[in-house]
Design a protein around this ligand. Sequence first.
Ligand SMILES: [Zn+2]
Length: 254
Amino acid sequence: MKHTSIYLSVDLESWASPNLLEYIQMSDHDIKILDNGHIKKSALECLRILKKYNVKLTFFIVGQLYDWYPEVVEMIANQGHEIAYHTHAHDAATDKETLMRSLHQSKRFIQRFKPRGFRAPRLSITQDCLALLKDYGFTYDSSTYGPYEKGKKITGMVELPVTSVRGIPIGSGFFIGLFGKKILDVYRMLSHNGNSIISFIHNWQILKPEKPSFPTKKYLFTHPHYLPYTVDCKSRFEYIVKNSKIYPMKNLLQ
Ligand SMILES: [Zn+2]
């Protein structure tokens, strides 16, 4: 089987972090209790699969994980994966003050791992936030959708967009839920003429949390398009890891 080169990353966050209305006001402490160790368990499961196939990739990590379970982030780094940043507590990167607070809260994480890459929650970022990240030593951003263009920069930051085709964000973990193993055929087709595929999956897709879960039944009722996020993607993740050549995002900077 021909291997496809993809830049698949894991967005590592609490399942309670996609900012459902019922959780958005919760304190860091309460989110940790609600998460109930799932972030750690799912991170270890990702690492187990990646080690099995000797694959190194990029983890976009919420800084709060380093406060909660520092040993998990150390283990990810020790196993040769790239540590990138996904804000402190899945905070918005659409206003500078919020991002600045987030960066401040993640000070220990940032000093320890010196991440170069950033991905904004919900892939939504503003130019002043990009400028702020640059000041904090970040060199690339992956918070937009689009085709990959070598050397593309926005506000002095290299932009590595998650793959989208004709406005369809095919690189989103949503499509791993929707297409299953067939997603690899889509990646193959799109990378046919040497295009780089940039995609992501969440830890809570790879190891499904027990109840309560994201998306909740109530949430699905009003947001039925979230259904692919309820799919257990562990075997899909393993299939992709096994049958493609996966590289860390930083390799695109060379
Ligand atoms: Zn996220």
